[in-house]
Write a protein that binds this ligand. Structure first.
Ligand SMILES: Nc1ncnc2c1ncn2[C@@H]1O[C@H](COP(=O)(O)OP(=O)(O)OP(=O)(O)O)[C@@H](O)[C@H]1O
Ligand SMILES: [Mg+2]
Length: 365
């Protein structure tokens, strides 16, 4: 694989993985890198924020005026990636037969580990022949933040003990005999022609399994190398939602490099003067329930400062417990809905150069 860098944003559901991945990608593109962000955002909010209408399985260029680098974005689509892999990796004859096989479309995306195969394939394609300096990966909403980096190992594990292999070549093992028995029952029920097509499907896919294995090994090496860095996205109000120790333990066990924390939705600094408050105070005075409303108004800056102090304490705690830097990303009023919104987050994110974390020199930022 070439010298492409990989950045992976992990975190439990809804913490801001998609948003921070896109903001990191934008920051790196603005600083001169050729960047692609592989996102998983079924709600398609990101496509709107990037101003590119739709996101699909092929990288699309995000127009950035005056940027030193480039930014592309894509969204993993399992079925489309299967087609790409078949076209690119199978022999022309196998590809043609597979794409015409009636079971291919129905079954390929449902095979055990199908999602992992395709995530690995996509990352491999982007990192090897995408022509990018940096691939940023947004991970899917899950309670198990480690699922993504387990993918290449899972692909190999599944290929090793796959029923698929037994079906292609039942051999004489006990399980093979059982599989043959099961097959003949299905054959009697479904008819020989149908079974022929199913058998052909598995046999054609089987021809490709060496390739799946090879690429998953390459991706596993890349994910463990110094070229890949992992960030944990946490929520400022609830950092404990991530299983921090479990996550760091898995990373260390696999020899993977941790960049630090992206603590999202941090209370922005409260301005000292609030000119709008005077006008609001005049408007409220004299209305029914004015006293209560005024008290709430006066309490606002105080509330924000208390929240900010809580976030600062949580950031220090994360830094100590994780032994890594914490980058505090402010909460934008009204959400992050445009390139301008993403751009507002970029000054708060780690720079594209080497991550600042070196073991033993953890800092809080
Ligand atoms: N710093 C921020 N300020 C304001 N709104 C934010 C911020 N970060 C994220 N959001 C908003 O919070 C919502 C959830 O963010 P996002 O989709 O990035 O989370 P996620 O971790 O990718 O979620 P999922 O686990 O569902 O994929 C979005 O509407 C996004 O615009
Ligand atoms: Mg997301």
């Amino acid at each position: 694989m070439s010298g492409t860098q990989v950045t992976i944003c992990c975190g439990v559901g809804g913490t801001g993985k998609t948003t921070t991945s896109a903001a990191l990608a934008l920051a790196y593109a603005l600083s001169g890198q050729r960047v692609v962000v592989l996102t998983i955002d079924p709600a398609r909010r990101l496509a709107d924020a990037l101003g590119i209408g739709t996101l699909d399985n092929m990288p699309r260029r995000v127009p950035l005026e005056g940027a030193a680098g480039t930014l592309d974005a894509l969204m993993l689509d399992r079925a489309a990636t299967w087609d790409e892999v078949v076209r690119r990796r199978a022999t022309p004859e196998t590809a043609e037969r597979l794409l015409e096989n009636r079971y291919y479309r129905a079954v390929s995306t449902r095979l055990t580990g199908s999602h992992e195969y395709m995530a690995v394939e996509k990352l491999h394609a982007l990192a090897t022949h995408g022509g990018y300096d940096h691939v940023i990966v947004d991970t899917p909403p899950t309670q198990h933040v480690v699922d993504f980096f387990r993918a290449p190992d899972r692909v190999r594990g599944i290929l090793d003990r796959s029923m698929l292999r037994l079906l292609i070549d039942p051999g004489t093992s006990l399980r093979g005999v059982a599989a043959r028995g099961a097959l003949s029952i299905v054959e009697r029920l479904a008819g020989e022609r149908v079974m022929g097509e199913i058998r052909e499907f598995f046999s054609l896919i089987g021809e490709m399994s060496a390739g799946f294995r090879e690429r998953s090994e390459e991706v596993a090496t890349l994910l463990r190398s110094g070229r890949t860095v992992y960030w944990l996205v946490t929520e400022a109000d609830a950092p404990e939602r991530n299983d921090l120790l479990g996550f760091l333990g898995e990373l260390r066990e696999r020899g993977m490099r941790f960049g630090g924390f992206l603590m999202n939705r941090v209370q922005p600094e409260v301005p000292l003067g609030m000119p709008a408050a005077d006008a609001l105070e005049r408007a409220i005075a004299g209305l029914a329930g004015a006293d209560e409303a005024l008290r709430a108004l006066y309490a606002l800056p105080e509330h924000a400062r208390t929240r900010a102090a809580g976030h600062e304490r949580a950031a220090r705690r994360l830094c100590l417990e994780g032994g890594a830097p914490v980058w505090t990303v402010p909460e934008l009023a009204g959400g992050v809905r445009s390139l301008e919104g993403l751009a507002a987050l970029t000054p708060h994110l780690p720079p594209a150069a080497e991550p600042s974390y070196r073991s033993g020199t953890a800092t809080w930022r």
